[in-house]
Design a protein around this ligand. Structure first.
Ligand code: FE2
Length: 161
C-alpha cells in the first residue's frame, strides 16, 4: 500500500518563495497595523465631514484587512510562514501618526495618509523587487498598490485645497 505523498513544493522556485516572503511580509504587517490604527481614527474623528470621514475610514480598514489576507496567504501558499503576531507588528511597523484621543477630521485624514504612504513605499519596493523573481506575487503587490492609492485619493480629496 503506497502512502499518500504530501506535495510540499509548488512550481515556484526557491528564489520566488524567499523573495515573496521578504517583500510581502512588510506589506502584511503595515496593513495589519492600518486595520487597528484606522479604527482608532474611525472612532475618534470629529468635526467637518464627520459622517463621510468616519465611514470612509471603515472602508479603508476593511480594504487593509482584505489586502493583508491576500498578501499573507500568498506567502503561505508558497510554503513559508509569516509572523504577524501583534507584538511583531508593533515592533516592526513605524509608529502611527494617528494620535490618542479625539482628533479633527482634517488632521486625522492627513495622519492616516501618512500611515498609508509608509505602506505604499513597501508595496512599491515589493513591485520592484518581485519583478524578476515571482510575477504572481508581484501581481498581488500591484493590486494592493492600485487599491491603496485609490483609498489615499478618497482621503486626500477631503483635505485638498
Ligand atoms: Fe464603526
Amino acid at each position: 500500500m503506497s502512502k499518500i505523498q504530501t506535495v510540499s513544493q509548488t512550481a515556484s522556485n526557491a528564489d520566488a518563495v524567499t523573495s515573496t516572503a521578504q517583500f510581502l511580509s512588510p506589506v502584511v504587517l503595515g496593513l495589519q497595523a492600518l486595520t487597528i490604527n484606522g479604527k482608532q481614527a474611525h472612532w475618534h474623528v470629529r468635526g467637518a465631514n464627520f459622517i463621510g470621514v468616519h465611514e470612509l475610514l471603515d472602508t479603508v480598514v476593511a480594504h487593509a484587512g482584505e489586502w493583508a489576507d491576500l498578501a499573507a496567504e500568498r506567502i503561505v501558499a508558497l510554503g513559508l510562514p509569516i509572523d504577524a503576531r501583534l507584538a511583531t507588528v508593533a515592533a516592526k511597523v513605524p509608529a502611527t501618526s494617528v494620535p490618542a484621543g479625539f482628533v479633527t477630521s482634517d488632521a486625522v485624514v492627513r495622519d492616516v495618509i501618512t500611515d498609508i504612504d509608509a505602506i505604499l513605499a513597501d508595496v512599491k519596493a515589493a513591485i520592484d523587487g518581485l519583478d524578476e523573481f515571482d510575477q504572481s506575487s508581484q501581481d498581488i503587490a500591484i493590486e494592493i498598490m492600485r487599491g491603496l492609492e485609490k483609498d489615499r485619493w478618497f482621503l486626500f480629496a477631503h483635505v485638498a485645497e
